[in-house]
Design a binder for this molecule. Structure first.
Ligand code: GRF
Length: 202
């Protein structure tokens, strides 16, 4: 069975989609560990309810100890490798930019979910920015993607992408809801694809 480690920072609705897919035998692996960089992340509750081990590690604890972001990334990578030997690491709403100190440890084994199409709206608040552009009349659709992780934020090769229309009367909330619903479908599919085919799916 392939080992998956999921990194989260918040609500974890995408983690839930992965948990549900695993329960239906549709994930191609098992979620061995959920890591959060926020103590209050609701995704930790979802993991606990599914009997998945969790680890909370905040950057603040490191900074308070006089350590660096690279120390945090290196230690987290070492811990994950030593305890899980993961086949895949999934960033599912993980709001922390990983440095090469982490990424180099897991070359080609890290994927990220981003609520925008490749080459558009990289970085944080992508849905808000898409909505502002829609309201300004310069955007009629946005999208989502799951992509390989490289040090440049949201720039790794796409695995799956999906266009999401912005429709007349949309509020930020209705657009967000449409995006999240699509994310919950695409992320488990991308995990299964990568676990089945590795790098040969493009
Ligand atoms: C998703 O929109 C994801 O694309 C973005 O952060 C959000 C996480 O949502 N990177 P959740 O915590 O999975 O509910």
């Amino acid at each position: 069975m392939k080992n998956i480690v999921v990194l989260i920072s918040g609500s974890g609705s995408n983690l839930q989609a992965l948990i549900n897919a695993e329960a239906k035998g549709q994930l191609g692996g098992r979620i061995a560990l959920v890591v959060s960089n926020k103590k209050a992340a609701y995704g930790l509750v979802r993991a606990a309810e599914a009997n998945i081990p969790t680890l909370v590690r905040t950057l603040k604890e490191y900074k308070d100890d006089g350590k660096t972001r690279e120390d945090y990334d290196r230690d987290l990578a070492a811990h994950i490798e030593a305890t899980q030997a993961p086949d895949l690491i999934v960033l599912a709403g993980w709001m922390h930019i990983l440095s090469p100190a982490f990424i180099d440890q897991f070359r080609d084994k890290i994927i990220n979910l981003h609520p925008a199409l490749p080459g558009e709206l990289d970085g944080a608040h992508a849905i808000d920015r898409a909505y502002e552009e829609f309201k300004a009349g310069i955007r009629t659709r946005t999208g989502i993607m799951v992509h390989h992780v490289i040090p440049e934020v949201d720039k790794g090769d796409p695995i799956l992408t999906m266009e999401i229309p912005c429709v007349a009367g949309d509020t930020l909330e209705t657009l967000e809801e449409r995006i999240h619903t699509a994310e919950h479908q695409i992320l488990p599919k991308a995990v299964r694809l990568v676990l089945q085919h590795g790098d040969n799916i493009l």
